[in-house]
Write a protein that binds this ligand. Structure first.
Ligand SMILES: [Zn+2]
Ligand SMILES: [Zn+2]
Length: 130
């Protein structure tokens, strides 16, 4: 079983970054992941009013399949979700945001563990603030 994390932002049809709540008000017919470029499915969630975007296996880009943090969960988060699912079968993982340092590009950034310059999080390590 593959579980992808919920995403709350995406690129709309004009390549503009848009939030899931904005998408409820002015929806586009096409959304892509702001990191890996995979086509996303929009879940408007009218009832709970907590809309989100979803990666699907069929529409993953090559980069997404290998590097997107919404596709590759951190091991701790995957463990947490497996536990929670015993009681809440529909629960979906979240992607943690933090400060990262990419040793491949010698740069630091904030957000998901995914360096937009080398298009992977493989060379990124977390920066712990003292
Ligand atoms: Zn992605
Ligand atoms: Zn990098």
């Amino acid at each position: 079983m593959t579980i992808y994390a919920k995403s709350f932002i995406a690129l709309d049809g004009n390549q503009r970054l848009t939030g899931a709540t904005t998408a409820q008000i002015s929806p586009y017919d096409h959304y892509t992941c702001h990191l890996c470029g995979s086509a996303l499915v929009y879940n408007p969630e009218w009832v709970t009013s907590r809309p989100w975007f979803e990666h699907t296996r069929e529409d993953l880009t090559e980069n997404g399949r290998h590097h997107c943090p919404y596709v590759h969960l951190e091991p701790e988060e995957a463990r947490r979700i497996r536990m929670l699912r015993r009681y809440m079968p529909d629960v979906l993982p979240m992607v943690r945001k933090a400060d990262w340092y990419c040793s491949g590009c010698n740069s630091d950034y904030h957000g998901e563990r995914y360096c937009v310059d080398c298009r992977t999080g493989n060379h990124s390590t977390e920066i712990y603030q003292s």
